[in-house]
Design a protein around this ligand. Sequence first.
Ligand code: GLU
Length: 471
Amino acid sequence: MTDLRVRFAPSPTGYLHVGGARTAIFNWLYARACGGTFVVRIEDTDPQRSRGELAQVILDGLKWLGLESDEEIVYQSDHKERFVEVAHELVRRGFAYHDFTTVEELEQMRKDSQARGEASFRFKADLATVREDADLRLKNGDPCAIRFSAPPDGIAWNDLVHGPVEYKGDELEDFVLLRSDGSPTYHLSVVCDDHDMRISHILRGDDHISNTPKQIALYRAMEWEVPQFGHVPLILGPDRKRLSKRTGAASVGEFQQKGFLPQALFNFLTLLGWSPGKGDRELFSREELIEVFTLDGIQTKSAVFDEAKLEWMNGEHIRMLSDDDAVSYLREHSGPLSVSDSTLRSAWPLVKPRIRLPKDLFEDQNYVFTDPLDYDPKGVEKHLATPEILKHLSSFAADLETVTFSPESLEEKLRARCDEWEIKAGQLIHPIRLALTGKTVSPGLFEMMELLGRETVLRRINRLLKVHLAS
Ligand code: GLU
């Protein structure tokens, strides 16, 4: 164990977004790679937006991904008194002040700033002036917030991802620590908790980069050791905007529901904005990622979420499972179909090379379990065009009554018949595939026939003949 301590600090105001999960993964991997500690803290200080059930959904998502907290989960709302204390301490230390500006006044200040053509409004007060009548107004019980006075010289830090970052004095504003209703703000709570939890490294999304100078200023004002900060690039959707529900699945729960393996999503998210450096290797287990993970590999550019690639990666991770694990994974995602282990076990070698998600077996390839009701119209047009082929299919069905149902004997019989009828093997293979699956592509036909068994194969071929001889 080292003193390295990292945290993942989600606000329970929404589901576990894949961007958040990726931040959690980077923190977790960094802790594991350095023998440090990973802690989860639920930032539930905003009573209007925080919801208890969402905290649970987030924790469940983290658990599913194997990102459990090494220590008891921290709930930020338990520390409210401490935050209030620190806000007052900052006033005592001369870094913060009571601010009696009303909502209306603030609005007017914003408008004035706009009228002056300023790009954005920044609240700044002269510390000496604001203190003048503060005592009197406090005694009067006038409502007030506590604001931190932005350091005039600005703030710079060496970001673990971006390198040197600087905010000049005029880019900073006086920000609220305690609202007029006495509730602590995010900046105050996050700094107090990170300090009290002895967090040494803060890895979080790029969207927090402009918060960092404010937070560093708070550490300095309290004379607390400043942790190291690293800001990881955002995840973009296919439209190159921040990934959101609008452009597809964005929450971990949705991927879990679609039947993705947690280790595949873990692998995929790690490679969004991080690269192992050498080579183009993309498939890693969690243990392998711990071995190779370094902060140097975190990119500064945003990464685009490509669900098709995640599906591919899921297929690769499925193929890494043992047969037993694959069967129980498939069973778990078989939905309303009641499929026996033995059927799954015999289907597994056939679907293994092509599966990406359980739905490939239970939806796209559900012919393994149920008779097809429709036949691909293009396949029908192409492969059932002549009456001869239906005649041959019918004769071959008669052969199937007696032939041994092994891939070798089935193939031997089919080829012998095709030679005899002077047709190509494909001319019979394609119609049989259509009859058995309704589709034009499937796993190896003879293996599939063996899997389905004589009775099913004959039933399906006879149904196709019935449908097409009648039409
Ligand atoms: N609770 C903040 C969020 O969910 C994270 C704060 C932080 O990482 O500093 O965005």
